[in-house]
Design a protein around this ligand. Structure first.
Ligand code: KG4
Ligand code: ZN
Length: 337
């Protein structure tokens, strides 16, 4: 089965064609980051307008790069949420028209489940159950994934997402948006041990995260020790990044141990951070746990992961009808207690 995937939940308009063996025939991403970076973050109204402009050419490019014609497509998958409503509506309505005009099934994909599914594109041998982290600008969620459609939320951030913390600290250091890549580069130039920022691990048995205290600690440090040079900024960047990585690794390893998982998968924009992936891989290896991370092209928002997740939903008869709409907030609930 050939599935066309469409992603428009935030600031990337993306389309991809994936076959039934999770082979990516094409993956096209039109990023809006240059426009939003002028404002220091994503401007929802601008994002919607740019999706409208980009969606048709991006889909056309994905179909032609796959070496197929639109008549070969057998199913359509589009991100339904969570994300920016106006942005989601552009891709989801396009997908509805595209699918139903051709009598094709449409899967309304949860963006977070799509990020988790990118792990199967990275490693076809990934086996259930595994521990999964979705770590991006909007989410820091740990899941226990026990089967194709079973995503159990074990923990999430109580305030800022990890990527959001990278973006805010980058702003404080005047390093621009998005913050993750530039902080990672700066951090490479210096020893992270020169400043020690707090690690918030919350309650002993909790898999939740909190990054706002760390963000405030960085703010206080900068207030008391003005960063004048690039080297000053690098010291703060490295110490901040080390604190985030430490907490992410600690919680993930605890979650994997709690559910006896031998594999941990990380996905989402922050998993593009090679220092994070390398540190986690090293720490996990000591506990005989394997770490899977998607290639860089699949860490950030893309439509290949949406198509791949959608293919499973279509196979299992989990498709959308005309009454189904987009949603802005995550639908996964953490179990009580
Ligand atoms: O998944 P994504 O592309 O979009 C969503 O938020 O859904 O993630 C974007 C986030 C931004 O906060 C960005 O700063 C962060 O991922 N990011 C990184 C890196 N590359 C992107 N954070 C740390 N290190 C990176 N190399
Ligand atoms: Zn994302």
């Amino acid at each position: 089965m050939l599935v066309l995937g469409i992603e428009s939940s935030c600031d990337e308009t993306a389309a991809a064609v994936v076959d039934k063996n999770n082979r990516i025939l094409s993956s096209v991403i039109a990023s809006q980051v240059e426009v939003h970076s002028r404002y220091g973050g994503v401007v929802p109204e601008l994002a919607s307008r740019m999706h409208v402009e980009a969606i048709t050419p991006v889909v056309e490019k994905a179909v032609s790069r796959a070496g197929i014609s639109t008549g070969d497509i057998q199913g359509v998958a589009a991100t339904r949420g969570p994300g920016l409503i106006g942005a989601l509506l552009v891709g989801f309505c396009f997908a509805k028209a595209f699918a139903w005009g051709r009598g094709l099934p449409l899967a309304g994909v949860n963006h977070l489940e799509a990020h988790i599914h990118s792990l199967f594109l990275a490693d076809p041998d990934l086996k259930f159950p595994f521990t999964a982290l979705v770590v991006s600008g909007g989410h820091t969620n740990i899941y226990h994934v026990s089967a194709d459609n079973r995503f159990e939320l074990m923990g999430q951030t109580r305030d800022d997402a990890a990527g959001e913390a990278f973006d805010k600290v980058s702003k404080m250091l005047d390093l621009g948006y998005p913050g993750g890549p530039v902080i990672e580069q700066m951090a490479k130039t210096c020893d992270p041990g020169q400043i020690r920022f707090p690690r918030s691990l919350l309650e002993k048995d909790s898999f939740d995260f909190s990054f706002s205290g760390l963000k405030s600690a960085v703010g206080r440090y900068i207030h008391e020790n003005p960063v004048k040079s690039r080297a000053d900024k690098a010291r703060v960047a490295a110490a901040f990044q080390a604190a985030v990585i430490d907490v992410l690794c600690e919680k993930l390893l605890r979650a994997a141990r709690h559910r006896s998982c031998r594999q941990i998968g990380v996905s989402g924009g922050v998993s593009a951070n090679q220092t994070f992936v390398a540190t986690l891989t090293r720490r996990a290896a000591r506990k005989n746990i394997q770490v899977i991370a998607p290639p860089l092209s699949l860490c950030g928002d893309n439509a290949a992961m949406v198509a791949a997740r959608g293919a499973v939903m279509i196979r299992d008869g989990c498709t959308c009808g005309p009454e189904d709409d987009v949603f802005s907030r995550a639908l996964h609930q953490q179990p009580e207690g």
